[in-house]
Write a protein that binds this ligand. Sequence first.
Ligand code: NDP
Length: 333
Amino acid sequence: GREWHLVARPTGWPTDANFALRTAPVSEPGAGEILVRNRYLSVDPYMRGRMNAGRSYIAPFELDEPMLGDALGEVVASRAEGFAVGDLVTHHQGWREFATLPAADAVPVPRDLDVPDTAFLGVLGMTGLTAYVGMKDIARVREGDVVFVSGAAGAVGGPAGQMARLLGASRVIGSAGGPEKTRLLTEEFGFDAAVDYKAAPVGEQLAKAAPEGIDVYFDNVGGDHLEAALDALNVFGRVAVCGLISSYNATEPAPGPRNLGLVLGRRLRVEGYLVTDHQERREEFLRQTAEWLRAGQLRYRETVCEGIERATEAFLAMMRGGNVGKMLVSLEG
Ligand code: NDP
C-alpha cells in the first residue's frame, strides 16, 4: 500500500520536498490485530506541529516513517474478537492506504446514529468534540452570552459557534477569510454576524458587530484575532484557547497580544486545552451532537480531496484556507 512519509523537516511553509509517497508491504494482522483499508484520511492543523523536531505536547513525526493522523476505514482482515471483516472503524494510522493495528487502538463507528460515515472524522469526531468541550467546559457558555469564534468556517469553528447558540448564547459572531465563508456563517450556520478578517482589520469589525462587547472568545487563530477579542471582552469574560493557526508556519515567534494587561482589569479567564484530555466527554458529546444533527439544529460542511496522492496538497490547502468545514482525503476513487 502507499503511505506518506515526512522526509525533511520544514521551516516555515512545507513544500513537496518535505514529503514522499512511498509503497510498503501490507502486513497480515497478528493476534489481537486488524487490517484496515482506509477510506478517508483527516488532515489537521496540529500535524504541522508534529513536522517539527523538539519538545511539544505531542511527539514529532519520525523522518522516513509514515505520518500519523485520524482515518476512517473498513476492516479487511481480523484476528481480534469483536471485529469482523466489513466493520467500519476510526483509528490513528492515517496518511496511508492500509493499516495493521491492535484492535484496541480502533474505535468502531456507531451504526445507529443515522449520519454519513465521514461525520466521524469531523462533526462527530475529534474536531466536533473539540468544539463541544471548548464551548461547554472551557468557555462555559451560559444563557445570554455574546460569543465570538475565529476560524468559524472551519471544522472546529463552525460547530463551535452553533453549539454556543444551542447552549444559550444570545449572540454569536464568527470570523473567516472571504465573503463566501462569511455568507455561509450567517446564511447557513445561523451566526448573527460575520467578520471577513481579510477585508478589514478584525478589531474594527468586531467592535461594530458587538457594540456591547463579548463575553466569550473561542480562539482558533491567535495573533490579531486574540488582540481584537481581548479589546472586546467584557468583565469576567472567558477565552478558550483552542488553536493559534496564524502562527503555525511562522519562522519567528508570534508577538504577544499588546493588550494582555486587560486580563487583570477585566478579570478575564484565559484557558488553553487539548481535546485529548477530555475523552471522557465523548459519549455525552456523541449523543447530544447526533441529536442536534437529527433535529437540523446543527449544520456542517466537508471539503473532500480525491486520492492519496493529493493528501499533502489537501493538508497545505487547508492551512491556507482552501477548505470549508472539515478537510478530508477520500481514497474511494
Ligand atoms: P479548519 O477546518 O478551521 O482549517 C484551518 C483554517 O484556518 C483555514 O480554513 C483558514 O480559514 C484558517 N486560517 C489559516 N490561516 C489563518 C490566519 N492567518 N488567520 C486566520 N485564519 C487562518 O481547521 P480545524 O477546525 O481542524 O482547526 C481549527 C483550529 O483548532 C486550529 O488552530 C487547530 O490547531 C485547533 N485545534 C485544536 C484542538 C485542541 O485540542 N485544542 C483540536 C483540534 C483543532 P480562513 O479561510 O477563514 O482563513
